[in-house]
Design a protein around this ligand. Structure first.
Ligand code: NAD
Length: 733
């Protein structure tokens, strides 16, 4: 069985159907590309064939390219992977160009066969690039379908002709959101944007495609860019309007990416250069830039973390082999900020929710949070009135613990207090079935200690959400000392149901994500105390690709929370506590009532409406700025190493069991420089030896917190990498 099938109907229309056996979604690989090309050749050579329809046997057209193709192309040319890539990409171009020219005489533009793409549903990546080479794209009116080129999201760009074709079809400006932001649209919006040509009722899809193929004229199948006198919409770079577009786009891309994402820069360069030459040369330019991006270690690391490993974790790579644990009814204890969010994501995923708080008003307020989010969704046309009623209908807001009967999972999100948590654990366990799993959303309390309040510690686990729950994609699952496999599987199945990404870690102070974020924030605050210019600290972080500098981050999470955590940590660690210098600044800010965004005052100044204005002007008066400022790289190394060394220690100590989780968790949990692929991927990019050298310098200048962990030194001594030694799936991508 092949991924494509071929038949010619009685009217002489060849129908090429994409239907990868035993898969729910079509993806393209090198073998299937050869099959497709064979059928295109067959159709073009057969005099009985008048035209071709390319369609899918599934509900969707295609999800994109099998990203393992990239590794295969690299390997195909031995010690010259760039050549393997370039030649591989040019083969894709060759196939698509063959479809586009469809056997016509290039000079007269006559004699070609019309080729239509008939898309029943989603068409992404190469699943849209191939249709873009067809002469007409007809899509079924399927509002759930997603049409677009999301490559940029994983650190590459549409390099199989999509970049050149879309910019020539729409103009650089109009194509920008689809190429640079990976914007996806439903078929109607894709039609309005000019990406596809027609939207028809699903049942009419094939009839309409056939009608078009049989009635198309020679002129209908000549792409504008192959026709005489073609002018790019919006103008090429040397046209006055085009000039404005490219200057603006270049500045915008740099502003958004801080120059750290190679794919965005390469995409823009390809569009700019490609716009000034004939189409076939433009495709070569696109292939060169695409090769350049694929050879950049950042792209490989992003693909590995944000695509391959993220998906593997979502599909249960670390799930114990026990029966399905799909959650049917969840009890959420505590309807505050977190509980309300957890109730919303659960009910939205079709799970019955009992939302409990100490007072009915509080429970109702928690439920109204869902109502607010659903109303927002309705305003944006994403939620229907029925859907809103359905979701709200699933949430029972109450104070009555008896309502927890029949819950197979509890997620506790009451105050961060051992006593309160123990009390609600006992109350809930008195009602829920004996095999129900009890999870706590605590951020700071040890899971194994909280489990002491449970009669069934093997069914007790941590499910740690991040705020805001509806937006943050990471969920940290924490195993206590006695947590059993069924509890882990239940937590993972729950996270799958609510469509988030899980990591599974062991119980230790601050688990994984917060453990690494705190040193990042602390290093920033420490520098303020040392007299480093605050703008230098913040910009150094942004230039590394962090969404928030450490000072902005602590303003967002609140300075009094920082004070609370510092006090609790000091109490727990005693003399070993290392952060007194940080506390001086934190406590002084809190004493001044500058608690961060929530008090409209923190390291930043805010207007009355909470809008952030800029760094607090008097910061320099309280902590004078030193005359001599450190080099930008010194600041960046401090901020970076503060986090990644903590990640390495978490791995050494067995808190993390899988480096994939360490990398994916860092990017999704606290926005760790996505271009790097995560802390372990970043260390692999710079090399352990270089990392150890940087740590040595920092240790000399700033102290023991920068001592290179043993594991890192060992990798450096042996010339190894984290993914080389520890990847659970063998060689790195
Ligand atoms: P919150 O103060 O907004 O909400 C707590 C809710 O619990 C309140 O509505 C309160 O009325 C209710 N409650 C207290 N005692 C109760 C009882 N005995 N029975 C029933 N309800 C009771 O707090 P939050 O920010 O939602 O945090 C809740 C938990 O989630 C804490 O353990 C916290 O550490 C954890 N957490 C918080 C965040 C965050 O960013 N806020 C992130 C991850 C985890």
């Amino acid at each position: 069985m092949t991924d494509f099938t071929y038949e010619v109907d009685a009217d002489g229309v060849a129908i090429i159907t994409w239907d990868v056996p035993n898969k729910s979604m079509n993806v393209l690989n090198l073998d299937s590309m050869v099959t497709l090309e064979g059928f295109v050749d067959q159709a073009l050579a057969d005099d009985k064939v008048k035209g071709v329809i390319l369609t899918s046997g599934k509900k969707d057209f295609a999800g994109g390219m099998d990203l393992n193709v990239i590794a295969k192309m690299k390997e195909s040319a031995g010690d010259d992977p760039a050549r393997g890539l370039f030649e591989g990409i040019m083969k894709f171009h060759g196939l698509e160009r063959k479809i586009e020219l469809a056997g016509m005489d290039f000079k007269t533009k006559k004699g070609g066969k019309p080729i239509a793409a008939a898309l029943p549903g989603t068409a992404l990546g190469i699943g849209l690039e191939i249709p873009l080479s067809c002469h007409r794209i007809i899509a079924a009116d399927n509002p759930k379908a997603k049409i677009g080129l999301p490559e940029i999201m994983v650190g590459i760009f549409p390099g199989a002709g999509g970049t050149m074709r879309l910019t020539r079809k729409l103009g650089a400006m109009a194509a920008a959101p689809f190429l640079l932001e990976g914007k996806l649209s439903d078929p109607k919006k894709a039609k309005a944007a000019g990406i596809i040509d027609e939207v028809v009722a699903p049942e009419d899809l094939m009839t309409r495609a056939k009608e078009w193929v049989l009635s198309a004229t020679d002129a209908d199948i000549v792409k504008p860019w192959d026709a005489k006198g073609y002018k790019m919409p919006g103008g090429t770079p040397y046209h006055p309007a085009g000039f404005m577009t490219f200057v603006g786009a270049s500045a915008m891309v740099h502003g958004k990416t801080q120059g750290v994402y190679p794919a965005a820069k390469a995409l823009l360069a390809a569009v700019y250069e490609g716009a000034m030459v004939p189409f076939d040369t433009a495709l070569k330019i696109e292939a060169r830039w695409f090769t350049n991006v694929l050879m950049n270690p950042s792209s490989a690391a992003m693909i590995r973390s944000l695509f391959i490993n993220k998906e593997a974790l979502e599909k249960g790579a670390n799930r114990p082999k026990v029966d399905d644990q799909t959650v049917k009814k969840v009890g959420v204890l505590g309807a505050g900020m977190m509980g309300a969010g957890i109730a919303y994501v659960s009910a939205s995923a079709g799970i019955e929710v009992v939302l409990i708080d100490a007072k009915q008003e509080a429970a109702d307020k928690g439920k109204s949070y869902s109502e607010g989010l659903l109303d927002k969704g309705m305003k944006r046309g994403k939620v229907t009135a029925e859907k809103k009623a359905e979701v709200l209908g699933r949430i029972n807001a109450t104070t009555d613990y008896a309502a927890l009967q029949g819950c197979d999972l509890i997620v506790e999100a009451v105050f961060e207090d051992m006593g309160v948590k123990a009390d609600v654990t006992a109350k809930a366990e008195a009602v829920i079935p004996a095999d129900a799993i009890f999870a706590t959303n605590t951020s700071t309390l040890p899971i194994s200690d909280l489990a002491k309040a449970s009669k069934r510690p093997e069914q007790f686990i941590g499910i740690h959400f991040f705020s805001p729950v509806d937006k943050m994609m990471l969920v940290e699952i924490i195993k206590g000392k006695e947590t059993g496999d069924v509890a882990v599987a239940k937590a993972l199945d729950f996270v799958r149901q609510i469509r988030k990404t899980p990591i599974v870690v062991n119980d230790a102070r601050f688990f994984y994500a917060n453990r690494c974020i705190i040193p990042y924030i602390n290093e920033g605050i420490r520098m303020v105390a040392e007299g480093v210019e605050p703008a230098l600290i913040e910009n150094a972080a942004k230039l590394l690709g962090f969404p928030l500098g450490p000072l902005q981050l602590v303003d967002e999470t609140s300075i009094d929370l920082g004070v609370k955590i510092a006090k609790a940590t000091k109490a727990a660690m005693g003399d070993a506590y290392p952060d007194s210098a940080v506390d001086e600044v934190l406590f002084a800010m809190a004493d001044r009532g500058r608690l961060g965004r929530k008090s409209n005052a923190g390291f930043y100044a805010y207007d009355d409406k909470g809008g952030r204005l800029g760094l607090w002007e008097e910061l320099g008066a309280v902590w004078p700025v030193a005359d001599t400022q450190p080099d930008l790289h010194e600041v960046q190394h401090r901020l970076m190493m503060a986090q990644v060394l903590e990640a390495v220690r978490a791995l050494e100590e067995g808190v993390l069991e899988d480096i994939r989780e360490g990398d994916v968790g860092a990017i999704l949990g606290w926005g760790f420089a996505p271009w790097s692929g995560g802390p372990f991927a970043w260390l692999d990019i710079i090399g352990a030896e270089q990392a150890v050298a940087i740590c040595g310098g920092l240790e000399n200048r700033y102290g023991a917190r920068f001592v290179a962990p043993k594991l890192l030194r060992d990798l450096a001594a042996k010339g190894e990498t984290f993914y080389g030694r520890l990847s659970p799936v063998g060689k790195a991508a």
